[in-house]
Design a protein around this ligand. Structure first.
Ligand SMILES: NC(=O)c1ccc[n+]([C@@H]2O[C@H](COP(=O)([O-])OP(=O)(O)OC[C@H]3O[C@@H](n4cnc5c(N)ncnc54)[C@H](O)[C@@H]3O)[C@@H](O)[C@H]2O)c1
Length: 282
């Protein structure tokens, strides 16, 4: 499968072990040039491994993409701001002259949402909806308009979650934001179908990323272990509950994104596919 000549925009692409980075590298390895975006995060909001490695977010990912022989355009933007989203899409199209693939991967930093609904701060709820849902809508709107105008068709791939199909306790904001992404995926698939643009969602189960979680940091501190030690316990426990015996690596998710972004997925639209080792079937 080749994505030669295609241009992709990937949000939330700056994490050293994140799905966004894995997706940008996968699409580039198949021949696409990429625009990659992330917000500038304060050191306190970064996973410890990134701080130790002096990881430079999308600038580091851009270097990796260029090492694969493809072009990279890193653009810092805060997806809670609609004007920055419009600017991000415009900058991508001005730079490359086209936009074929929009991957909506960013999400609000998790942890503060992990409380019963009766304890959930309205500001946390609003922030989750803003980054996990409204930003996906606005990226689809602006990227979709450009794809329609340019007339080459296109692909939108939204990273939802198993939590967008089956909610858990202490997950009201996250689940609501991801259920909404699945609805948005179906509606925009129908709106954009006449233009040869497909819109699909990928729904991962737990992924072995080193994502920042305020909840995991707090739990680690309570137990007197490092955040990374606690994280590996979480990953091991999730793997034990998974029929295939391990949780997803970022690359497992990126592989499905690349398929949905490619020519072999031409007739697939409005779908929401799980990547989860068998923990949920619908
Ligand atoms: N990690 C998991 O276990 C898991 C499980 C199911 C689904 N997912 C989904 O997969 C996707 C990727 O997960 P991940 O663990 O790689 O993500 P992550 O938690 O590392 O976050 C993704 C990126 O979003 C960015 N971001 C946060 N706030 C932003 C803002 N205001 N503006 C712009 N960017 C912002 C972060 O900086 C980060 O690089 C997400 O949509 C997530 O919901 C993840």
């Amino acid at each position: 499968m080749s994505l030669e000549g295609k241009v992709a925009l990937v949000t939330g692409a700056g994490g050293m072990r994140g799905v966004g980075r894995a997706t940008a590298l996968k699409l580039a390895s198949l021949g696409a040039d990429v625009a990659i975006t992330d917000v500038r995060r304060p050191v306190d909001d970064l996973p410890p491994g990134e701080v130790r490695a002096e990881w430079q977010s999308i600038d580091s990912v851009a270097e990796e993409v260029r090492n694969l022989g493809r072009q990279a355009l890193p653009v810092y933007a805060d997806l809670s701001d609609g004007e920055q989203i419009a600017g991000l899409v415009a900058e991508t199209v001005n730079h490359y002259g086209r936009l074929d693939i929009m991957v909506n991967n960013a999400r609000a930093i998790i942890g503060r949402d992990k409380v019963p609904v009766t304890e959930l701060e309205e500001a946390v709820w609003q922030h989750f909806l803003a980054i996990n849902t409204t930003a996906v809508f606005l990226c689809t709107k602006h990227a979709g308009r450009e794809m329609v105008r340019l007339g080459h068709g296109g692909r939108v791939v939204n990273i939802a979650s198993n939590a967008g199909k089956q909610a858990s306790a202490d997950g009201a904001a996250y689940s609501a934001s991801k259920f909404a992404v699945i609805g948005l995926t179906q509606a925009s698939a129908m709106d954009l179908a006449p233009h040869g643009i497909t819109v699909n969602a990928v729904c991962p189960g737990p992924i072995n990323t080193d994502r920042m979680s305020y909840w995991e940091r707090e739990q680690a501190a309570r137990r007197g272990i490092t955040q990374e030690e606690f994280r590996s316990q979480v990953v091991a426990a999730s793997a034990e509950r998974t029929p295939l015996g391990r949780i997803a690596e970022p690359e497992d998710v990126a592989n499905l994104v690349a398929f949905l972004a490619g020519p072999d997925a031409e007739l697939i639209t409005g779908q929401s596919y799980n990547v989860n080792g068998g923990i949920l079937f619908h």
